[in-house]
Design a protein around this ligand. Structure first.
Ligand SMILES: Nc1nc2c(ncn2[C@@H]2O[C@H](COP(=O)(O)OP(=O)(O)OP(=O)(O)O)[C@@H](O)[C@H]2O)c(=O)[nH]1
Ligand SMILES: [Mg+2]
Ligand SMILES: [Zn+2]
Length: 295
């Protein structure tokens, strides 16, 4: 039995890098054994190039999405989620909020990277992100094409996963960081203003040093938060955190109940109606179905 690091995942297949640097193509032992890029695993070697993942070692963190029916692991043992957005194709503010909430609830730092600042449309997008800066998030403006330095600076010394919709430039950034065309990028998606799903599997790269990982993931259009309870989701909104438990009713849904501490924050101009609506929406989604396979 050998130990290794999962550096690539695609459904039940993975590539595991052994301590001596060898890369072994693996399947997992059972259907229930799920692994993610960044996982440390025990494998039994079948031959020179193939093996079976027998078990996953304890994780420091796990970033994943879950809807009512299934869970999809994205990355394990990361210290940071880098949400990559761009002015073109237009990004979804709701998805960005999902990633921020998932990162907070998973005890992983979040950084927001606005890519393609070489485009004229970037100015408006940058302005629209001021609200996240006000919440305390690090908002980084960069261009994977012309100047990746601001983003690179945030990634050094961290184990990060790049997450975002298709066409935002995650793979372009990855290539700029590693200094070669390691990942395919799509030249058409921008012109069509729609994602093309160029990257089809998740892959881990080390930036020349052991302590720096960057994981490139396929573009995502949905991101369920079913693995979190109402309270975990509420706590993932930094601006409302201190008010939790201060509503008149213990089971307040922050809708029309009297003396709602969260609505009061909004009324006092200390939090936005928009974020409160998002909080209500994310919480109600989880309640529609039973929690599934909580970890
Ligand atoms: N103008 C400009 N275009 C960029 C920049 N970064 C990426 N692009 C373009 O954006 C398009 C999408 O880039 P990708 O790196 O493939 O996007 P992705 O996020 O990896 O997309 P998926 O793999 O589908 O999730 C390509 O045409 C890139 O050339 C940038 O900084 N400026
Ligand atoms: Mg890609
Ligand atoms: Zn309330």
């Amino acid at each position: 039995m050998q130990q290794g690091l999962v550096i690539e995942t695609q459904r039940r297949h993975s590539v595991v890098q052994l301590e001596d640097g060898r890369k072994i193509s693996c399947i997992s032992k059972g259907r229930l054994l799920q692994m993610a890029c960044g996982d440390r695993v025990k494998i039994s070697i079948t031959n020179e190039r193939e093996g079976v993942v027998e078990s996953v070692l304890e994780r420091q963190s796990l970033f994943y999405r879950a809807d009512a029916y299934k869970e999809k692991l994205v990355a394990a043992n990361v210290t940071q989620v880098a949400c990559i957005i761009a002015p073109l194709p237009a990004y979804s503010d709701e998805l960005l909020n999902r990633w921020l909430v998932c990162a907070e609830a998973s005890n992983v730092k979040a950084v927001i990277g606005l890519n393609k600042i070489d485009l004229v449309e970037a100015a408006a997008a940058a302005n629209a992100l001021a609200k996240y800066r006000d919440l305390g998030y690090d908002v980084v403006l960069f261009s994977a094409k012309f100047n990746d330095a601001p983003m690179r600076e945030r990634l050094i010394g961290e184990r990060s996963v790049l997450i975002g919709q298709s066409g935002m430039g995650k793979s372009k950034l990855l290539n700029a960081l590693v200094g070669e065309e390691a990942q395919k990028t799509n030249e058409i998606s921008v012109a069509l203003d729609s994602g093309k799903h160029t990257t089809t599997f998740t892959r881990l790269f080390t930036l020349g040093r052991e302590d720096t990982w960057v994981i490139d993931s396929p573009g995502m259009q949905v991101f369920g938060l079913n693995h979190f309870s109402r309270l975990e989701i509420e706590r993932a909104f930094p601006e409302f955190r201190a008010s939790l438990g201060h509503c008149r009713f213990r089971d307040c849904k922050h809708l029309h109940e009297p003396d709602c501490a969260l609505r009061k924050l909004v009324a006092d101009g200390k939090a936005s109606e928009e974020r409160l609506s998002i909080l209500r929406k994310f919480c109600s989604e989880g309640e529609a179905v039973p929690h599934y396979a909580r970890h």
